[in-house]
Design a protein around this ligand. Structure first.
Ligand SMILES: CSCCC(=O)/C(O)=C/O
Ligand code: FE2
Ligand code: NI
Length: 189
């Protein structure tokens, strides 16, 4: 189940609000300029699938996003808990950073947790299969896949070079909850 928890950025212990309903999550995120939508993700793709398999399975959705939004490049992160480099992958996104383009991610299997730092608040978004999130350029954020990653996310870029991040040097991410390993791994492929 997808979930949004909103915190004051100075108080990591008690959320101001928690939403588990897709429409409520979308409304709260849309209100601060963040895209959040439910897309069909019913192709038989499991974490660990290759980038080529995932792109072939979701070619129509990718083409639609590229056409409508002018994205220039696409790649895939597909990880399961036994990946030998899972700790390094996790570390790459764990600290607060920004991008000079919107961060658009379509989860086609499993789950991952984005945390956005906006206007004095922290928006922790647990994204699951079928969720499409679009974080505006320049928004400080971080991403956690837990110590036991289990997800496939399609990433769209306007920059032909793909993923480029600017780290803020702030340690705020260390004070907020990390993702707990997803519990429905065997049921929500
Ligand atoms: C869920 S896609 C991997 C994370 C990523 O690309 C990013 O920029 C996280 O902030
Ligand atoms: Fe990012
Ligand atoms: Ni779930």
């Amino acid at each position: 189940m997808s979930r949004l928890r909103i915190y004051e950025d100075t108080r990591h212990d008690t959320p101001l609000a928690v939403y588990e309903d897709h429409a409520a999550i979308a409304a709260a995120l849309n209100a601060v300029g963040v895209r959040f939508e439910q897309w069909e993700a019913n192709q038989p793709i499991a974490p660990g699938a290759s980038q080529d398999e995932v792109i072939a399975a979701y070619r129509q959705d990718i083409d639609r996003l590229m056409r409508e939004n002018g994205y220039q490049a696409v790649d895939v992160i597909s990880l399961k808990p036994d990946h030998p480099d899972r700790a390094a992958f996790r570390q790459k996104f764990l600290n607060e950073h920004t991008h000079s383009e919107d961060e658009v991610r379509f989860f086609v299997a499993g789950a991952g947790q984005f945390t956005l730092h906006l206007d004095g608040k922290v928006y922790e978004v647990l994204c699951e299969k079928g969720d499409l999130i679009g974080v505006p350029d320049g928004t400080p954020h971080w991403f956690d896949m837990s110590e036991s990653p289990y997800f496939v996310a399609i990433r769209l870029f306007t920059n032909v070079e793909g993923w480029v991040a600017k780290f803020t040097g702030e340690d705020i991410a260390e004070r907020f909850p990390r993702m707990t390993p997803h519990t429905s791994a065997s049921t929500d492929l």
